[in-house]
Design a protein around this ligand. Structure first.
Ligand SMILES: Nc1ncnc2c1ncn2[C@@H]1O[C@H](COP(=O)(O)OP(=O)(O)OP(=O)(O)O)[C@@H](O)[C@H]1O
Ligand SMILES: [Mg+2]
Length: 320
């Protein structure tokens, strides 16, 4: 059976508009949409120039959402993210100057370049969907979704996110380099007047829905069936990470929630109104990868977290 036609029709148009700008990277686009539809956040990893910024800008345009970007630096202060109350002499009162966190899609670039206190300001906003400034709480927009990038190459002078903080991101999205055919298309377009940036700025990419409609559509995910046995399967998969011989620190209970929510959104994107075991399998790596620490002796041997998760997927019995 098909999910709600409106959702499917909308998704088709969203994909088509995004594809006018972003060449290839279908899995990456789907995973970004999963985060947006579930109101969760993504940790984005990829070398410079794989269109991380362009992707989030394009998503914001197509989904009618506000976009802002924060470049994290060692001197960035928490108030640079959240905002400050400034005294207005004429009116004799404090006025809130909202920081860049007051947006829908927030690109937090190189989050590991700022010290812990500044990272926490963002992570708290993600967790609570609100920020407190001078003891007053301000609610963030409904579709608030953070895409945080980490610089994977230069670790010097950086403050890698602690494990407890990484756990707050629903998915890790790895953006690899394009394959040869896609890179060729990109190279050809970049030479002419059809560069991806120009296409996005030219007005030929349509806004498919408004921010309000997006919020309403998100609620439709609740109608997707997730059988009891699959909920248990999700719990078993996450629990297996805590008992595996090559894992030092396994995934916590937030991972279980993330796995189930992501699988439901993944099913919707695939055009189904029910979740299958394969949906959970497909979501296992992006949900679990950043939450697992291998034992050093296994890491030295060259074992990767992805391989361990693949092993767990083989071992944990799949419900019929
Ligand atoms: N798959 C792709 N589709 C369309 N354009 C792409 C793709 N991959 C790379 N590009 C091009 O690469 C360039 C860099 O894009 P962008 O600035 O978004 O990268 P980035 O990943 O944010 O880089 P950085 O890590 O340096 O911030 C852009 O000119 C964009 O046109
Ligand atoms: Mg960028």
């Amino acid at each position: 059976m098909e999910t709600n036609n409106q959702l499917q029709e909308m998704l088709g148009r969203v994909r088509a508009e995004i594809a006018k700008v972003i060449i290839g990277q279908a899995d990456v686009v789907d995973r970004a949409l999963i985060c947006i539809f579930t109101g969760q956040h993504a940790l984005v990893e990829g070398v410079p120039g794989v269109a991380k910024t362009l992707l989030v800008r394009t998503l914001a345009h197509v989904l009618g959402c506000e976009f802002s970007r924060i470049q994290f630096t060692p001197d960035l202060m928490p108030a640079d993210i959240t905002g400050t109350n400034v005294f207005n002499l004429q009116k004799n009162e404090f006025n809130l100057i909202k920081g860049p966190v007051f947006t829908s899609f927030l690109l937090a670039d190189e989050i590991n370049r700022a010290p812990a206190k500044t990272q926490s300001a963002l992570l708290q906003a993600m967790q609570e969907h609100a920020v407190s400034i001078d003891r007053e709480t301000h609610i963030l927009p409904d579709n608030f979704t953070v895409f945080a990038t980490q610089n994977p190459i230069e670790y010097e002078g950086t403050y890698p996110l602690p494990e407890a903080q990484k756990d707050r991101f629903m998915l890790k999205i790895n953006i690899g380099c394009p394959d040869r055919a896609d890179e060729l298309t990109l190279a050809q377009r970049s030479l002419g007047i059809r560069s991806p940036e120009r296409i996005l700025n030219s007005g030929e990419v349509q806004q498919v829905i408004s921010a309000k409609e997006l919020t309403a559509l998100r609620a439709e995910l609740d109608a997707i069936t997730l059988r009891e046995e699959l909920v248990a399967y999700g719990v078993d998969l996450v629990r297996a990470t805590r008992a595996h011989e090559s894992i030092l620190v396994g995934a916590g209970p937030r991972a279980t929630q993330a796995l189930l929510l992501a699988s439901r959104a993944f099913a919707a994107i695939a055009g189904r109104d029910f979740v299958t075991p394969d949906d959970l399998k497909d979501m296992a790596v992006p949900v679990l990868e950043h939450r697992i620490i291998l034992r050093p002796e296994f890491e030295i041997e060259g074992l990767t977290v992805g391989e361990v998760i693949a092993k767990i997927l083989q071992d944990v019995p799949v419900p019929r």
